[in-house]
Design a protein around this ligand. Sequence first.
Ligand code: NIG
Ligand code: FE
Length: 427
Amino acid sequence: MQPEAVQPSIRANAVIRNIKQLVTVAQQPIAGASGVLQVLDKAALAVYRGKIVWIGRDDEAEPLFLSTRQDGITIVDAQGTVITPGFVDSHTHLVFAGQRAEEFHLRRAGMSYAELLAQGKGILTTVEATRRADAETLLTLAQKRLRLMRDHGTTTVEIKSGYGLDRVNEEACLHIINNLKALEEESPSSFPQRIRVVPTFLAAHVLPREYRERRADYIKLVVEELLPSFVGLARFCDVFCDTEAFTVEECRKILSRAKELGYRLKIHADQLSPSGGARLAAELGATSADHLDFASDEDLKALRDTGVVATLLPGCSYTLRSPYPSARRLLDLGLTVALATDCNPGTSYCENMQMIIGLAMAEMGMSLEEALTAATINGAKALALEKEIGSIEVGKRCELALWQLEDYREIGYHFGVNLVQSTLTLV
Ligand code: NIG
Ligand code: FE
């Protein structure tokens, strides 16, 4: 039988076939609780120049795309895998040297993260190690972490500077982050596996030792020198607004200037104490406020009403042995919740978004559907990229995770192993 005429409007250069289940996470981001996800069985999708142009049943793909009238189409066999959007890990500190296992065990013996910070340990330990390392070493270390992320299903990752804390070292770290963009390599599956990198200048992470007696001078350096000269090297500006870090006033100064210069804003808010960070995020129209362990209902409502994404980082509660913030509370208040690894050597040494989804489901009251939404499209919104990535929809980029599963509902249930076979990103 002759195939039906090819729809002239659909032009594809790649067709992905043999998909057991396609979990689209479409029509999001979702504020508040999510219900069922759209799941297509035995699906296929077509891509043109990296953008999804058609989604449908596998047996409909043949007449549409395999007629002799369309040449040059690459057929990708998904090998009966389950496909979801690739994870969008919207909060990481990937560029660092050294490790802080000693502190991890000290905390197990009862010492708090804030006490360690106050003693000049914590972040400052990593600042020293990072300043000592050369650029090549830092790049190699970050690349290794990035590959691990990709192998666990991540296709977009935000990366912060913040362990340099002076002009030379912050600039070097931002260059490394930019050099990590579009990492593409051979992999056993031979699928193209790029990873999208979004750079953030974490201007005020902790007060550098050399400024201990000169706080105002450090803020001045950031506002007057670093922010203007790093325009173009970073999409976002972030600050750590908390006890032992920076006050609301200091953060307001930095972020207001950043906003004027065209950066988008993020805040480490209310992680260790009710610092006022969430309120500041709402006031300044930040793209996301992250952590939020101590945010009050009023703070959360302010975030909701100003459209700030609330990013939760369960790896920190796991590592710091602090109570997990309740995602349920945020969802019930109607916030848009994202999940991220916060991969860093102090509070969450984890590259694996599957682990984060597992923790969010086990400890924060999220359903699988909510956690998947939070780790994909809502993560994309936390990077202001929700129109481009984060779901599988016509018009979006083709950035996927391929899972070796019978059913997507095994995610979070079969735990402690990597369920992702590979990622697939077409350009
Ligand atoms: O997101 N809270 C501040 N920054 C990181 C921790 C960085 C570190 O301890 O090295 C965080 O938890
Ligand atoms: Fe962080």
